[in-house]
Design a protein around this ligand. Structure first.
Ligand code: IMP
Length: 501
Protein backbone atom coordinates (compact mmCIF):
# COMPACT_ATOMS: atom_id res chain seq x y z
CA UNK A 1 0.00 0.00 0.00
CA UNK A 2 1.22 3.45 -0.79
CA UNK A 3 2.18 5.67 2.14
CA UNK A 4 -0.10 8.67 2.41
CA UNK A 5 1.27 11.73 4.16
CA UNK A 6 -1.75 13.39 5.70
CA UNK A 7 -0.13 16.78 6.13
CA UNK A 8 -1.21 19.16 3.38
CA UNK A 9 1.71 20.43 1.33
CA UNK A 10 1.75 24.22 1.42
CA UNK A 11 3.45 27.05 -0.36
CA UNK A 12 4.90 30.38 0.82
CA UNK A 13 1.82 32.51 0.18
CA UNK A 14 -0.09 30.41 2.72
CA UNK A 15 2.01 31.77 5.57
CA UNK A 16 2.62 35.07 7.30
CA UNK A 17 5.12 36.00 9.99
CA UNK A 18 3.99 37.28 13.37
CA UNK A 19 5.95 40.22 14.77
CA UNK A 20 8.14 39.73 17.84
CA UNK A 21 9.52 42.34 20.20
CA UNK A 22 11.61 44.79 18.18
CA UNK A 23 14.52 45.95 20.31
CA UNK A 24 16.20 49.29 19.74
CA UNK A 25 19.11 47.57 18.01
CA UNK A 26 16.70 46.02 15.49
CA UNK A 27 17.18 48.62 12.79
CA UNK A 28 17.79 47.68 9.14
CA UNK A 29 21.38 48.96 9.19
CA UNK A 30 22.25 46.39 11.87
CA UNK A 31 20.73 43.40 10.10
CA UNK A 32 23.33 40.88 8.89
CA UNK A 33 22.44 38.61 5.99
CA UNK A 34 25.57 36.42 5.84
CA UNK A 35 24.80 32.75 5.41
CA UNK A 36 26.79 29.56 4.77
CA UNK A 37 26.96 28.37 1.16
CA UNK A 38 28.79 25.09 1.75
CA UNK A 39 28.96 22.32 4.32
CA UNK A 40 31.10 22.72 7.41
CA UNK A 41 31.68 21.12 10.80
CA UNK A 42 28.88 22.10 13.16
CA UNK A 43 29.90 25.12 15.24
CA UNK A 44 32.64 26.22 12.82
CA UNK A 45 32.26 28.80 10.05
CA UNK A 46 31.80 27.64 6.45
CA UNK A 47 34.72 28.17 4.07
CA UNK A 48 32.42 30.10 1.71
CA UNK A 49 29.63 32.30 3.05
CA UNK A 50 27.29 34.40 0.95
CA UNK A 51 26.89 38.03 2.01
CA UNK A 52 23.26 38.01 0.87
CA UNK A 53 21.22 34.80 0.90
CA UNK A 54 20.61 34.63 -2.84
CA UNK A 55 21.71 32.60 -5.84
CA UNK A 56 20.65 33.08 -9.44
CA UNK A 57 19.24 30.00 -11.14
CA UNK A 58 21.11 27.61 -13.44
CA UNK A 59 19.19 28.76 -16.49
CA UNK A 60 19.92 30.04 -20.00
CA UNK A 61 17.85 33.17 -19.53
CA UNK A 62 19.23 33.92 -16.07
CA UNK A 63 22.86 33.15 -15.30
CA UNK A 64 25.57 34.03 -17.79
CA UNK A 65 28.84 35.81 -17.02
CA UNK A 66 27.26 39.27 -16.94
CA UNK A 67 24.68 38.18 -14.38
CA UNK A 68 27.37 36.33 -12.39
CA UNK A 69 29.43 39.51 -12.11
CA UNK A 70 26.42 41.60 -11.07
CA UNK A 71 25.19 39.09 -8.46
CA UNK A 72 28.66 38.46 -6.96
CA UNK A 73 29.25 42.20 -6.74
CA UNK A 74 26.14 42.41 -4.57
CA UNK A 75 27.24 39.52 -2.35
CA UNK A 76 25.34 36.55 -3.82
CA UNK A 77 26.30 33.85 -6.30
CA UNK A 78 25.26 32.81 -9.80
CA UNK A 79 25.45 29.34 -11.21
CA UNK A 80 26.32 29.79 -14.87
CA UNK A 81 24.06 27.58 -16.96
CA UNK A 82 25.41 24.24 -18.09
CA UNK A 83 23.04 23.64 -21.00
CA UNK A 84 25.61 24.94 -23.48
CA UNK A 85 28.85 23.62 -24.98
CA UNK A 86 31.58 23.05 -22.37
CA UNK A 87 34.05 25.55 -23.87
CA UNK A 88 31.43 28.32 -23.91
CA UNK A 89 30.48 27.73 -20.29
CA UNK A 90 34.16 27.65 -19.27
CA UNK A 91 34.74 30.89 -21.18
CA UNK A 92 31.90 32.54 -19.23
CA UNK A 93 33.47 31.41 -15.96
CA UNK A 94 36.83 32.73 -17.12
CA UNK A 95 35.32 36.12 -17.91
CA UNK A 96 33.87 36.41 -14.41
CA UNK A 97 37.20 35.50 -12.83
CA UNK A 98 38.99 38.05 -15.02
CA UNK A 99 36.53 40.79 -14.17
CA UNK A 100 38.09 43.72 -12.40
CA UNK A 101 35.64 46.33 -11.22
CA UNK A 102 36.01 49.47 -13.28
CA UNK A 103 38.41 47.84 -15.80
CA UNK A 104 36.61 47.09 -19.05
CA UNK A 105 37.84 45.24 -22.10
CA UNK A 106 37.58 47.68 -25.00
CA UNK A 107 34.63 46.74 -27.22
CA UNK A 108 35.18 49.38 -29.93
CA UNK A 109 38.46 48.87 -31.73
CA UNK A 110 39.80 49.90 -35.11
CA UNK A 111 42.88 49.28 -37.21
CA UNK A 112 44.97 52.34 -38.15
CA UNK A 113 43.88 52.12 -41.79
CA UNK A 114 40.17 52.29 -40.86
CA UNK A 115 38.40 55.46 -41.97
CA UNK A 116 36.30 58.10 -40.26
CA UNK A 117 33.30 56.43 -41.91
CA UNK A 118 34.23 53.14 -40.18
CA UNK A 119 34.64 54.93 -36.84
CA UNK A 120 31.22 56.59 -37.08
CA UNK A 121 29.59 53.30 -38.04
CA UNK A 122 31.30 51.50 -35.14
CA UNK A 123 30.19 54.18 -32.64
CA UNK A 124 26.65 53.80 -33.99
CA UNK A 125 26.75 50.05 -33.45
CA UNK A 126 28.23 49.98 -29.95
CA UNK A 127 26.94 53.32 -28.68
CA UNK A 128 30.49 54.07 -27.46
CA UNK A 129 32.38 57.10 -28.72
CA UNK A 130 35.73 56.14 -27.20
CA UNK A 131 37.53 53.79 -29.58
CA UNK A 132 40.92 52.18 -29.36
CA UNK A 133 43.18 52.05 -32.41
CA UNK A 134 45.32 48.93 -32.24
CA UNK A 135 47.74 47.50 -34.77
CA UNK A 136 45.43 44.57 -35.61
CA UNK A 137 42.09 46.10 -34.58
CA UNK A 138 41.78 43.62 -31.71
CA UNK A 139 40.86 44.59 -28.13
CA UNK A 140 44.22 43.27 -26.91
CA UNK A 141 46.40 44.39 -29.82
CA UNK A 142 49.38 46.80 -29.57
CA UNK A 143 47.89 50.22 -28.79
CA UNK A 144 48.52 52.97 -31.38
CA UNK A 145 46.07 55.63 -30.26
CA UNK A 146 42.63 56.54 -28.95
CA UNK A 147 39.75 58.31 -30.65
CA UNK A 148 37.03 60.13 -28.78
CA UNK A 149 34.17 62.20 -30.21
CA UNK A 150 36.33 65.28 -29.59
CA UNK A 151 38.84 64.13 -32.22
CA UNK A 152 36.65 64.41 -35.28
CA UNK A 153 33.82 66.45 -36.81
CA UNK A 154 31.67 64.29 -39.01
CA UNK A 155 30.36 67.05 -41.30
CA UNK A 156 33.64 68.91 -41.72
CA UNK A 157 35.99 66.02 -42.37
CA UNK A 158 36.47 63.72 -45.32
CA UNK A 159 34.71 60.44 -44.40
CA UNK A 160 37.56 58.58 -46.10
CA UNK A 161 40.26 60.07 -43.86
CA UNK A 162 42.26 57.43 -41.98
CA UNK A 163 41.79 57.22 -38.22
CA UNK A 164 45.54 57.38 -37.59
CA UNK A 165 45.53 60.92 -38.97
CA UNK A 166 43.18 62.30 -36.30
CA UNK A 167 43.48 59.90 -33.30
CA UNK A 168 45.44 60.93 -30.21
CA UNK A 169 48.62 58.95 -30.88
CA UNK A 170 50.24 56.71 -28.31
CA UNK A 171 53.11 59.09 -27.47
CA UNK A 172 50.60 61.78 -26.42
CA UNK A 173 48.45 59.41 -24.34
CA UNK A 174 48.53 59.07 -20.58
CA UNK A 175 48.41 55.34 -19.88
CA UNK A 176 48.32 53.07 -16.83
CA UNK A 177 50.23 49.81 -16.54
CA UNK A 178 48.76 46.38 -15.95
CA UNK A 179 48.34 45.71 -12.22
CA UNK A 180 47.45 49.33 -11.37
CA UNK A 181 44.70 49.63 -8.72
CA UNK A 182 41.37 51.25 -9.50
CA UNK A 183 42.18 54.07 -7.06
CA UNK A 184 45.54 54.79 -8.70
CA UNK A 185 43.94 54.69 -12.17
CA UNK A 186 41.34 57.13 -11.00
CA UNK A 187 44.01 59.47 -9.58
CA UNK A 188 45.66 59.57 -13.04
CA UNK A 189 42.29 60.31 -14.66
CA UNK A 190 41.71 63.26 -12.34
CA UNK A 191 45.29 64.60 -12.45
CA UNK A 192 45.31 64.72 -16.25
CA UNK A 193 41.66 65.62 -16.82
CA UNK A 194 41.00 62.45 -18.86
CA UNK A 195 37.71 60.81 -19.68
CA UNK A 196 39.35 57.43 -20.21
CA UNK A 197 42.63 55.81 -19.22
CA UNK A 198 44.01 52.93 -21.35
CA UNK A 199 45.82 50.22 -19.40
CA UNK A 200 48.64 48.47 -21.26
CA UNK A 201 51.01 45.61 -20.56
CA UNK A 202 54.81 45.54 -20.92
CA UNK A 203 54.50 44.88 -24.66
CA UNK A 204 52.28 47.99 -25.16
CA UNK A 205 49.30 45.74 -25.73
CA UNK A 206 45.94 47.11 -24.66
CA UNK A 207 44.50 45.34 -21.62
CA UNK A 208 41.64 47.50 -20.35
CA UNK A 209 40.08 50.92 -20.40
CA UNK A 210 39.12 52.74 -17.20
CA UNK A 211 36.43 55.37 -17.58
CA UNK A 212 36.07 58.41 -15.39
CA UNK A 213 32.28 58.13 -15.38
CA UNK A 214 32.40 54.57 -14.01
CA UNK A 215 34.39 55.30 -10.90
CA UNK A 216 31.50 55.91 -8.51
CA UNK A 217 29.69 52.80 -9.67
CA UNK A 218 32.78 50.67 -9.12
CA UNK A 219 34.11 51.87 -5.81
CA UNK A 220 34.91 49.07 -3.43
CA UNK A 221 31.77 47.17 -2.57
CA UNK A 222 31.91 45.74 0.96
CA UNK A 223 29.42 42.97 0.16
CA UNK A 224 31.26 41.68 -2.91
CA UNK A 225 31.74 37.91 -2.91
CA UNK A 226 35.45 37.43 -3.64
CA UNK A 227 37.97 34.61 -3.32
CA UNK A 228 41.37 34.77 -1.61
CA UNK A 229 42.86 36.29 -4.77
CA UNK A 230 40.20 39.03 -4.72
CA UNK A 231 38.48 37.65 -7.82
CA UNK A 232 34.70 37.38 -7.90
CA UNK A 233 33.30 33.99 -6.92
CA UNK A 234 31.14 32.24 -9.47
CA UNK A 235 29.35 28.93 -9.52
CA UNK A 236 28.64 26.71 -12.51
CA UNK A 237 25.84 24.28 -13.21
CA UNK A 238 26.67 20.72 -14.26
CA UNK A 239 24.64 17.58 -14.89
CA UNK A 240 25.12 14.00 -13.78
CA UNK A 241 25.74 13.03 -17.42
CA UNK A 242 28.82 14.71 -18.91
CA UNK A 243 30.49 15.78 -15.65
CA UNK A 244 33.70 13.85 -16.38
CA UNK A 245 34.29 16.07 -19.43
CA UNK A 246 32.68 19.27 -18.17
CA UNK A 247 34.01 19.65 -14.64
CA UNK A 248 37.79 19.82 -15.35
CA UNK A 249 37.58 22.75 -17.83
CA UNK A 250 35.18 24.58 -15.48
CA UNK A 251 37.55 24.15 -12.54
CA UNK A 252 40.51 25.20 -14.70
CA UNK A 253 38.57 28.32 -15.66
CA UNK A 254 38.13 29.17 -11.97
CA UNK A 255 34.74 27.80 -10.93
CA UNK A 256 35.08 26.93 -7.25
CA UNK A 257 31.45 25.95 -6.59
CA UNK A 258 29.52 23.57 -8.80
CA UNK A 259 25.88 22.61 -8.66
CA UNK A 260 24.36 19.46 -10.10
CA UNK A 261 21.25 20.80 -11.75
CA UNK A 262 18.39 18.36 -12.02
CA UNK A 263 14.65 18.43 -11.51
CA UNK A 264 14.91 15.29 -9.33
CA UNK A 265 18.24 14.69 -7.62
CA UNK A 266 17.40 11.66 -5.45
CA UNK A 267 19.32 9.21 -7.62
CA UNK A 268 22.49 7.18 -7.91
CA UNK A 269 23.91 9.23 -10.81
CA UNK A 270 24.19 12.27 -8.54
CA UNK A 271 25.99 10.18 -5.91
CA UNK A 272 28.48 9.05 -8.58
CA UNK A 273 28.98 12.60 -9.75
CA UNK A 274 29.62 13.82 -6.18
CA UNK A 275 32.06 10.98 -5.72
CA UNK A 276 33.95 11.91 -8.88
CA UNK A 277 34.33 15.57 -7.92
CA UNK A 278 35.31 14.82 -4.32
CA UNK A 279 37.78 12.14 -5.43
CA UNK A 280 39.43 14.38 -7.97
CA UNK A 281 39.48 17.71 -6.16
CA UNK A 282 38.99 16.95 -2.45
CA UNK A 283 37.83 20.06 -0.58
CA UNK A 284 39.23 22.43 -3.22
CA UNK A 285 36.00 22.36 -5.24
CA UNK A 286 32.59 22.58 -3.59
CA UNK A 287 29.55 20.93 -5.09
CA UNK A 288 25.85 21.16 -4.37
CA UNK A 289 23.22 18.62 -5.45
CA UNK A 290 19.45 18.30 -5.81
CA UNK A 291 16.62 18.85 -6.13
CA UNK A 292 14.83 17.04 -3.32
CA UNK A 293 11.62 17.73 -1.39
CA UNK A 294 11.80 15.41 1.61
CA UNK A 295 14.28 14.12 4.23
CA UNK A 296 15.29 10.82 2.56
CA UNK A 297 16.50 12.66 -0.53
CA UNK A 298 18.39 15.16 1.60
CA UNK A 299 20.12 12.47 3.66
CA UNK A 300 21.06 10.50 0.56
CA UNK A 301 22.79 13.47 -1.06
CA UNK A 302 24.36 14.69 2.21
CA UNK A 303 25.78 11.21 2.81
CA UNK A 304 27.06 11.15 -0.77
CA UNK A 305 29.08 14.30 0.01
CA UNK A 306 26.94 17.21 -1.26
CA UNK A 307 28.13 20.59 0.04
CA UNK A 308 24.61 21.96 -0.13
CA UNK A 309 21.28 20.51 -1.13
CA UNK A 310 18.68 22.26 -3.24
CA UNK A 311 15.02 21.87 -2.37
CA UNK A 312 12.11 22.28 -4.76
CA UNK A 313 10.22 20.33 -7.36
CA UNK A 314 7.46 21.87 -9.37
CA UNK A 315 7.30 25.30 -7.75
CA UNK A 316 9.25 27.30 -10.34
CA UNK A 317 7.35 30.02 -12.18
CA UNK A 318 7.98 28.40 -15.58
CA UNK A 319 7.61 24.86 -14.27
CA UNK A 320 4.88 22.42 -15.25
CA UNK A 321 6.48 19.30 -13.76
CA UNK A 322 3.62 18.76 -11.33
CA UNK A 323 1.06 18.85 -14.13
CA UNK A 324 3.14 16.66 -16.41
CA UNK A 325 4.33 14.03 -13.95
CA UNK A 326 2.45 14.53 -10.70
CA UNK A 327 5.77 14.83 -8.84
CA UNK A 328 6.52 17.61 -6.37
CA UNK A 329 5.59 19.23 -3.12
CA UNK A 330 4.45 22.66 -1.93
CA UNK A 331 7.65 24.66 -1.53
CA UNK A 332 7.05 25.81 2.05
CA UNK A 333 6.35 22.31 3.34
CA UNK A 334 9.34 20.93 1.43
CA UNK A 335 11.68 23.53 2.95
CA UNK A 336 10.34 23.03 6.49
CA UNK A 337 10.69 19.27 6.24
CA UNK A 338 14.15 19.22 4.65
CA UNK A 339 15.54 21.93 6.96
CA UNK A 340 14.44 19.86 9.96
CA UNK A 341 16.23 16.86 8.42
CA UNK A 342 19.36 18.99 7.93
CA UNK A 343 19.35 19.92 11.63
CA UNK A 344 18.92 16.30 12.71
CA UNK A 345 21.69 15.31 10.30
CA UNK A 346 24.02 17.97 11.73
CA UNK A 347 23.32 16.79 15.30
CA UNK A 348 23.96 13.19 14.35
CA UNK A 349 27.05 13.60 12.14
CA UNK A 350 28.54 16.94 13.22
CA UNK A 351 28.33 18.14 9.59
CA UNK A 352 26.06 21.03 8.65
CA UNK A 353 24.86 20.88 5.04
CA UNK A 354 23.17 24.12 3.93
CA UNK A 355 19.78 23.95 2.26
CA UNK A 356 18.82 26.13 -0.71
CA UNK A 357 15.16 26.82 -1.43
CA UNK A 358 14.92 26.77 -5.23
CA UNK A 359 12.01 28.27 -7.18
CA UNK A 360 8.63 29.74 -6.40
CA UNK A 361 9.72 33.05 -4.86
CA UNK A 362 7.08 35.54 -5.99
CA UNK A 363 7.16 38.34 -3.41
CA UNK A 364 10.24 39.59 -1.57
CA UNK A 365 8.76 38.50 1.75
CA UNK A 366 8.78 34.92 0.45
CA UNK A 367 12.56 35.09 0.80
CA UNK A 368 12.21 35.90 4.51
CA UNK A 369 9.68 33.10 4.87
CA UNK A 370 12.07 30.63 3.22
CA UNK A 371 14.88 31.73 5.56
CA UNK A 372 12.60 31.58 8.60
CA UNK A 373 11.54 28.06 7.57
CA UNK A 374 15.16 26.99 7.61
CA UNK A 375 16.58 27.65 4.14
CA UNK A 376 20.15 28.94 4.26
CA UNK A 377 19.70 30.75 0.96
CA UNK A 378 17.27 30.91 -1.95
CA UNK A 379 17.74 30.35 -5.67
CA UNK A 380 15.66 32.46 -8.05
CA UNK A 381 15.10 32.47 -11.78
CA UNK A 382 12.14 34.72 -12.56
CA UNK A 383 13.38 37.36 -10.14
CA UNK A 384 16.75 37.80 -11.89
CA UNK A 385 15.46 37.25 -15.45
CA UNK A 386 13.72 40.65 -15.27
CA UNK A 387 16.91 42.69 -15.09
CA UNK A 388 19.21 44.35 -17.63
CA UNK A 389 21.97 41.91 -16.67
CA UNK A 390 20.07 38.75 -17.67
CA UNK A 391 20.83 37.20 -21.08
CA UNK A 392 17.20 37.06 -22.30
CA UNK A 393 16.23 39.45 -25.09
CA UNK A 394 14.35 42.59 -24.08
CA UNK A 395 11.34 43.19 -26.29
CA UNK A 396 8.21 45.28 -26.51
CA UNK A 397 4.97 43.33 -26.18
CA UNK A 398 2.03 45.61 -26.86
CA UNK A 399 2.48 48.44 -24.37
CA UNK A 400 4.74 46.39 -22.09
CA UNK A 401 8.49 45.96 -22.10
CA UNK A 402 9.37 42.37 -21.25
CA UNK A 403 12.35 40.03 -21.19
CA UNK A 404 12.36 36.49 -22.46
CA UNK A 405 12.34 33.78 -19.80
CA UNK A 406 12.10 30.11 -20.62
CA UNK A 407 12.38 26.96 -18.55
CA UNK A 408 15.26 24.54 -18.84
CA UNK A 409 12.63 21.86 -19.45
CA UNK A 410 11.45 23.39 -22.72
CA UNK A 411 12.41 22.14 -26.15
CA UNK A 412 13.95 25.55 -26.70
CA UNK A 413 16.50 25.04 -23.91
CA UNK A 414 17.41 21.55 -25.19
CA UNK A 415 18.57 20.71 -21.67
CA UNK A 416 17.79 17.04 -21.91
CA UNK A 417 20.38 16.22 -19.21
CA UNK A 418 18.39 18.05 -16.51
CA UNK A 419 15.48 15.73 -17.15
CA UNK A 420 17.48 12.58 -17.80
CA UNK A 421 15.83 12.32 -21.20
CA UNK A 422 17.05 9.22 -22.96
CA UNK A 423 18.72 9.75 -26.32
CA UNK A 424 18.95 13.51 -25.97
CA UNK A 425 15.30 14.13 -26.78
CA UNK A 426 12.57 15.41 -24.45
CA UNK A 427 9.50 13.20 -24.82
CA UNK A 428 7.43 16.02 -23.29
CA UNK A 429 8.19 19.47 -21.96
CA UNK A 430 8.34 20.25 -18.24
CA UNK A 431 8.66 24.00 -18.64
CA UNK A 432 7.20 26.89 -20.55
CA UNK A 433 8.68 29.53 -22.79
CA UNK A 434 7.49 32.98 -21.76
CA UNK A 435 8.24 36.53 -20.69
CA UNK A 436 8.74 38.47 -17.50
CA UNK A 437 8.12 42.19 -17.11
CA UNK A 438 11.33 44.14 -17.58
CA UNK A 439 12.36 45.72 -14.29
CA UNK A 440 15.58 47.72 -14.93
CA UNK A 441 18.95 47.18 -13.35
CA UNK A 442 19.70 44.47 -10.83
CA UNK A 443 21.42 46.83 -8.39
CA UNK A 444 18.50 49.14 -7.68
CA UNK A 445 15.91 46.35 -7.53
CA UNK A 446 18.04 44.20 -5.28
CA UNK A 447 18.57 47.07 -2.84
CA UNK A 448 14.79 47.38 -2.51
CA UNK A 449 14.41 43.66 -1.97
CA UNK A 450 17.14 43.69 0.68
CA UNK A 451 15.51 46.69 2.35
CA UNK A 452 12.24 44.75 2.60
CA UNK A 453 14.02 41.66 3.95
CA UNK A 454 15.83 43.72 6.60
CA UNK A 455 12.63 45.53 7.59
CA UNK A 456 10.73 42.26 7.99
CA UNK A 457 13.56 40.83 10.08
CA UNK A 458 13.42 43.90 12.34
CA UNK A 459 9.70 43.28 12.86
CA UNK A 460 10.58 39.71 13.82
CA UNK A 461 13.18 40.99 16.30
CA UNK A 462 15.99 39.24 14.40
CA UNK A 463 19.42 40.71 13.79
CA UNK A 464 20.66 37.84 11.61
CA UNK A 465 19.39 34.74 9.83
CA UNK A 466 20.05 32.28 12.70
CA UNK A 467 18.08 34.53 15.08
CA UNK A 468 15.26 34.82 12.56
CA UNK A 469 15.10 31.05 12.37
CA UNK A 470 15.08 30.64 16.16
CA UNK A 471 12.44 33.27 16.76
CA UNK A 472 10.16 33.19 13.73
CA UNK A 473 6.49 32.47 14.40
CA UNK A 474 4.45 31.61 11.35
CA UNK A 475 0.73 31.55 10.88
CA UNK A 476 -1.22 29.81 8.15
CA UNK A 477 -3.54 32.18 6.31
CA UNK A 478 -7.03 31.39 5.09
CA UNK A 479 -8.13 32.18 1.56
CA UNK A 480 -10.20 35.08 2.85
CA UNK A 481 -7.37 36.58 4.86
CA UNK A 482 -5.21 36.36 1.73
CA UNK A 483 -7.66 38.74 0.08
CA UNK A 484 -7.49 40.99 3.14
CA UNK A 485 -3.68 41.16 2.72
CA UNK A 486 -3.85 42.88 -0.64
CA UNK A 487 -5.53 46.14 -1.53
CA UNK A 488 -9.27 45.68 -1.09
CA UNK A 489 -12.54 47.56 -1.10
CA UNK A 490 -11.06 50.71 -2.57
CA UNK A 491 -10.67 51.83 -6.14
CA UNK A 492 -7.05 52.27 -7.10
CA UNK A 493 -6.16 55.60 -8.67
CA UNK A 494 -5.26 55.36 -12.29
CA UNK A 495 -3.81 58.71 -13.16
CA UNK A 496 -5.14 58.93 -16.70
CA UNK A 497 -8.72 58.21 -15.57
CA UNK A 498 -8.84 60.96 -12.93
CA UNK A 499 -10.48 64.17 -14.13
CA UNK A 500 -10.84 67.27 -11.96
CA UNK A 501 -14.46 68.17 -11.15
P1 IMP B 1 11.52 30.65 -10.38
O1 IMP B 1 12.48 31.43 -9.53
O2 IMP B 1 10.19 30.48 -9.70
O3 IMP B 1 11.38 31.20 -11.74
O4 IMP B 1 12.10 29.16 -10.49
C1 IMP B 1 13.38 28.90 -10.98
C2 IMP B 1 13.68 27.43 -10.80
O5 IMP B 1 12.79 26.62 -11.58
C3 IMP B 1 15.05 27.00 -11.26
O6 IMP B 1 16.08 27.27 -10.35
C4 IMP B 1 14.86 25.50 -11.49
O7 IMP B 1 15.00 24.76 -10.30
C5 IMP B 1 13.44 25.41 -11.94
N1 IMP B 1 13.31 25.24 -13.39
C6 IMP B 1 14.01 25.81 -14.37
N2 IMP B 1 13.54 25.47 -15.59
C7 IMP B 1 12.51 24.64 -15.36
C8 IMP B 1 11.61 23.94 -16.23
O8 IMP B 1 11.63 24.06 -17.45
N3 IMP B 1 10.71 23.14 -15.60
C9 IMP B 1 10.65 23.00 -14.25
N4 IMP B 1 11.44 23.68 -13.41
C10 IMP B 1 12.37 24.48 -13.96
Amino acid sequence: MAVVIDEVSRTFSEYLLLPNLTRKENVPANVRLQTPLVSHPLGEPASICLNIPMASAVMQTVSDDRMAVAVARCGGISFIFGSQPIDRQAEMVRRVKKFKAGFVVSDSNLRPDATLRDAVALAGRTGHTTMAVTEDGRPDGPLLGIITSRDYRVHRQDPASRVDTFMTPFDRLVVGHDGISLNAANDLIWEHGLSCLPIIDGGRRLRHLVFRKDYDAHRENPDELIDEEKRLVTGAGISSHDYRDRVPPLVDAGASVLCIDSSDGFNEWQAECLDFVRGRYGERVKIGAGNVVEPDGFEYLADAGADFVKVGIGGGSICITREQKGIGRGQATAVLDVAAARDRYAERTGRYVPVCSDGGIVFDYHIVLALAMGADFVMMGRYFARFDESPGRQIRLGTNVVKEYWGEGTNRAQNWARYDAVGGQLAFEEGVDGYVPYAGSLGSNLQQTLARIRATMCNCGAIDIPELRRKARLTVVSATSLREGGMHDVLQKERELVTEL
